[in-house]
Design a protein around this ligand. Structure first.
Ligand SMILES: [Fe+2]
Ligand SMILES: [Fe+2]
Length: 259
């Protein structure tokens, strides 16, 4: 199974990068299923119905979330109406939406997608992501061997530890949230593909997708300022995965970064 995953799509500039490149990427890699982290997709924070529909039309099959997933309340109706938007699984059980989903594909194949939130330097009340993953894998059981995990976390240590904890039990653990692509793509000994962070799909000349002058002013003055998405040249960041349908093990992982 050929899977394409895009790192956090940041605002309109990020959506423009998807329009520029996704069609060609899907052709190039003969993509069976395309996933993107959408937590920053609308105005830099959250997901609106209009940007969801726009990105579905552009070719993204499923959206994962992160710490910003509920910033726009209309995402809840998206979660109620379809199974194409998931939120971190280790949030409160009373939180709307689902933390994982199993999607049927052609030829009787299935892919499970799990979204988890990190704990280290994340300032949240999420449950332990390691134990949450154990519970979800138990629930998935034998329904599919192809299991993709978006681990939305800050530190490379927590991401590397979860990937190794799940090595041989899932097909891929790909990190998001830092918006900076890392250079540690690898297939672990048990067959799990791993990359600490897929990077960001958004403005090249920005600080994590935001106008640099705003972020600089915040650091210099220590005063809060509303973030605005940077414009201009865009980049698409993500990762391509080739997964064996039968065993769920990764055959290839390739970072993608197009400016
Ligand atoms: Fe993000
Ligand atoms: Fe985030």
């Amino acid at each position: 199974m050929n899977i394409l995953f895009l790192g956090d799509i940041s605002g309109k500039t990020g959506r423009e990068a998807v329009h520029h490149h996704l069609y060609n990427l899907k052709e190039k890699y003969a993509v069976d299923f395309c996933i993107a982290n959408g937590e920053n997709m609308s105005g830099g924070s959250g997901i609106t119905i209009s940007s969801y529909e726009e990105m579905r039309r552009a070719g993204i099959d499923l959206f994962t979330g992160g710490n910003h997933i509920f910033r726009k309340k209309e995402v809840i109706s998206l979660m109620n109406d379809s199974e194409n938007v998931i939120r971190p699984a280790n949030l409160s059980p009373s939180c709307p939406g689902m933390g994982y989903t199993i999607v049927p594909l052609s030829g009787g194949r299935r892919i499970a997608v799990i979204n988890l939130l990190g704990k280290v330097y994340m300032d949240n009340t999420a449950d332990n992501p390691f134990l949450a993953a154990d519970n979800i894998l138990k629930a998935i059981g034998e329904r599919t061997k192809v299991i993709f995990v978006d681990f939305h976390a800050e530190t490379t240590s927590e991401k590397g530890a979860l990937a190794r904890y799940l090595d041989g039990r899932v097909s891929a653990v790909i990190g998001t949230h830092t918006h900076v692509q890392t250079n540690d793509d690898q297939i672990l000994p048990g067959g799990t593909a791993f990359l600490s962070d897929a990077g960001m799909t958004g403005a090249v000349h920005s600080i994590l997708g935001v106008k640099p002058e705003i972020v600089i002013e915040k650091f210099v003055t220590g005063m809060p300022r509303r973030h605005e998405i940077a414009e201009g040249a865009s980049q698409l960041c993500g990762v391509f995965l080739d997964i064996d349908d039968e065993t769920g093990k990764a055959r290839a992982i390739e970072k993608i970064r197009i400016q």
